[in-house]
Write a new protein. Structure first.
Ligand SMILES: [Cu+2]
Length: 189
């Protein structure tokens, strides 16, 4: 038994040697998302956990939500007025537009995001309400902090397309992860 445990520990430390933390800075106008796509593209099992997007005080909360492809988002309404959730496109593709619905406080709406990309959230009752969901094609993603720094832990060594989403604009660069790796993004054009 002890020998097996030792083997497991050794195996785990070996696996760790072939992964690292990808980190850096995004020079952006606001909080942005960094997502990785494996090269060649590889499908990952859909997450079993849902994510939450609330409409509260006439705002989408959080303003930016980053999820893995295949995640179901549960929308809720905390206000005493009805809200709506729709998006006119995903990453500019109008065929992926969708109206999730209009709902009152205490109700929820669900949507499973099968397509990766940038989802600009709107409410067709209150035109000032804007939010963003970024759908990552892999489990490797992060949001930037107030200073524009991001950290993605436990990224397996390999080649990726790294995309920084800043207010609907994508900057994509190739990156090779080998242990702990640094990658900074220039402003999106
Ligand atoms: Cu609204």
């Amino acid at each position: 038994m002890k020998f097996t445990a030792l083997l497991v520990v050794l195996l785990l430390s070996c696996l760790n040697a072939f992964a690292g933390t990808l980190s850096g800075t995004v020079k952006a106008t606001r909080q942005s998302a960094v997502v990785l796509e494996t090269v060649p593209a590889k499908a990952f099992p859909a997450p079993t956990q849902t994510a939450a997007m609330n409409q509260q005080g006439m705002k989408f909360m959080p303003a930016l939500l980053v999820i893995q492809q295949g995640t179901t988002v549960v929308f809720s309404n905390d206000d005493n007025v009805p809200h709506n959730v729709f998006w006119p496109s995903i990453s500019g593709n109008k065929k992926l537009s969708h109206n999730v619905g209009t709902f009152n406080k205490g109700k929820t709406l669900n949507f499973k995001y099968e397509n990766a990309g940038n989802v600009p959230l709107l409410c067709n009752i209150h035109s000032e309400m804007v939010g963003t969901i970024v759908v990552s094609p892999s489990p490797y993603f992060a949001e930037t902090d107030a200073a524009g720094n991001y950290t993605i832990k436990d990224v397996p060594d390999g080649t990726y397309k790294a995309t920084a989403w800043d207010n609907g604009k994508a900057t994509t660069v190739p990156v090779t992860v080998k242990g702990d790796t640094k990658l900074d993004f220039a402003p999106a054009k």
